[in-house]
Ligand binder design. Structure first.
Ligand code: CA
Length: 242
């Protein structure tokens, strides 16, 4: 897949940094206010965000789901962040991890990085600082990327968040954009419902709902027929962009 990137592109705008490739982050933090603040802040930047309030739950979720990054507090009920990180690394999970540490536990910094974390932030920290660290970690694998994904006359610009088809702009919702982007980046391959859910939705997705089908249907409706037809249904599996 030449010219395609597997890693995100960020847009510098006057208001904030926004992120355009669907990615899923897990936040493990036991302070309810901080947890909620982190989740909301990251969602505003376009990430799909899951959260947990203790180490046990966090580890379970991290083992179960394919996160792109984990924000992990060190002082947590049930299991502390260092243990969680160590166990995840032993289990072969290489998901980037950013530790959150309290001011007076400087030793944790070393312990933390020894346990396999990629970075840490000392509380209190600014959200912008966290966002910058996340951006750095997600960008780290220097795989080639382009701002625009093209398919014949269809052009999805991840920098401006615009879709044009043969020169005409088509308005998409954020989810539709994410969905089409995911299909374009994986064109020719079957994207299962689970793949799509993992990368475009968050934990509030109701697994019994047909939200993916509905979005696929809407996307097909918005596209001219010859492009809509290329979003193939692979029965019992998912979808494929031909
Ligand atoms: Ca804590």
């Amino acid at each position: 897949m030449p010219n395609f990137c597997l890693y995100p592109v960020f847009i510098e705008s006057s208001r904030s940094l926004s992120y355009t490739y669907p990615m899923r982050i897990l936040v493990v933090e036991d302070e309810p206010k901080l947890n909620a603040g982190l989740v909301t802040g990251l969602q505003h930047r376009g990430y799909a965000v899951d959260f947990a309030f203790d180490g046990e739950e966090g580890e379970k979720m991290a083992r179960l789901n394919d996160y792109d990054l984990i924000v992990l507090d060190i002082m947590l009920p049930k299991r502390d962040g260092v243990e969680v990180c160590r166990d995840l690394r032993h289990a072969g999970k290489s998901t980037p991890i950013i530790f959150l540490t309290a001011k007076d536990t400087v030793d944790n910094r070393i312990t933390g990085l020894d346990s396999g974390a990629d970075d840490y932030l000392v509380k209190p920290f600014s959200f912008d600082e966290l966002a910058a660290r996340i951006r750095t970690l997600l960008r780290r694998p220097a795989i080639q990327f382009s701002d625009a994904l093209e398919l014949d006359g269809l052009r999805l610009d991840t920098r401006t968040q615009r879709l044009t088809v043969e020169g005409h702009e088509i308005n998409l919702t954020a989810r539709e954009f994410g969905l089409l982007e995911y299909l374009l980046r994986n064109r020719g391959k079957v994207a299962t419902h689970q793949d799509i859910i993992d990368h475009v939705w968050d934990q509030f997705y109701d697994s019994f709902s047909n939200v993916v089908n509905v979005h696929i249907k809407n996307l097909r409706k918005k596209l001219p027929k010859k492009y809509a037809r290329r979003i193939e249904t692979v029965w019992g599996k998912g979808y494929r962009l031909a």
